[in-house]
Design a protein around this ligand. Structure first.
Ligand SMILES: CC(C)(COP(=O)(O)OP(=O)(O)OC[C@H]1O[C@@H](n2cnc3c(N)ncnc32)[C@H](O)[C@@H]1OP(=O)(O)O)[C@@H](O)C(=O)NCCC(=O)NCCS
Length: 201
């Protein structure tokens, strides 16, 4: 059975499930208007952040009914952002494709942390979950986000003009993607199982 072993440790970061105590760190970035400009929802209040951390504490488990993995990204004991893997969407319900996303605190921008965390969760998607394709949807004017995709080696596969009504305006949409057979490394990709779980190790 494929598993995502947590925490995922990279050169500088630890990716783990959210837990009580993360609220102040998450509020520091989720309450900033410029951070949520391209993601659903308004800047969060402290109460909303408390709910979000509580929800995400359980969103670390990949299950058929709730096929997503949301991980806190920790740098030296501080949660500086979060990354998301959503095993649903373009791929339907077979779990063989995954959408990824990311949100980081502005004060840590420009040091490659988002790319490092996105690379780690993408690698887990291919090597541990066994997905066939990882994709991201974004507004092309969010160039910081498209640059993360490009640093991961993702290809821009589609551009839709004024195709989404988002935050009271029509916005362009771009789709970036990379397949398992294109992902660097030569380890065989495991076969996906009907039952996907996460384990803390
Ligand atoms: C999208 C977002 C995560 C990108 O953040 P970012 O800081 O630009 O991305 P990274 O952390 O990967 O840093 C990349 C930058 O660090 C530099 N860098 C320094 N060291 C690096 C390293 N070791 N590896 C990679 N890049 C490095 C890169 O050159 C790049 O610099 P540049 O912006 O001058 O080109 C951030 O803007 C964000 O959270 N935005 C709000 C939420 C959002 O819009 N999410 C996406 C919705 S689709």
């Amino acid at each position: 059975m494929p598993r995502v072993r947590l925490p995922i440790t990279t050169e500088r970061l630890v990716l783990r499930s959210f837990r009580p105590g993360d609220e102040d760190d998450v509020f520091a970035y989720r309450s900033v208007p410029s951070v949520v400009r391209y993601i659903p929802g308004e800047p969060k209040t402290r109460e909303q952040v408390a709910d979000l951390v509580a929800e995400r504490a359980t969103a670390g488990r990949i299950e058929e009914q709730s096929p997503n993995l949301t991980l806190a990204v920790e740098l030296d004991g501080r949660v500086i952002g979060d990354v998301l893997l959503l095993l649903d969407g373009l791929g339907g319900r077979d779990g063989r494709q995954a959408e990824i996303g990311w949100v980081f605190a502005p004060d840590v921008a420009g040091r490659g942390y988002a790319t490092e965390a996105a690379r780690a969760i993408t690698d887990a998607a291919f090597r541990e979950v066994g997905v066939h394709r990882v994709w991201a949807e974004l507004e092309p004017e969010n160039t910081a986000s498209s640059a993360v995709c490009e640093r991961l080696g993702m290809r821009r596969e589609a551009f839709f003009q004024k195709a989404s009504w988002f935050k009271e305006r029509w916005t362009d949409l771009a789709i970036y993607a990379i397949r398992a057979d294109e992902w660097s490394g030569d380890q065989p990709v495991p076969t996906v199982s009907d039952e996907l779980t996460e384990t803390e190790s």
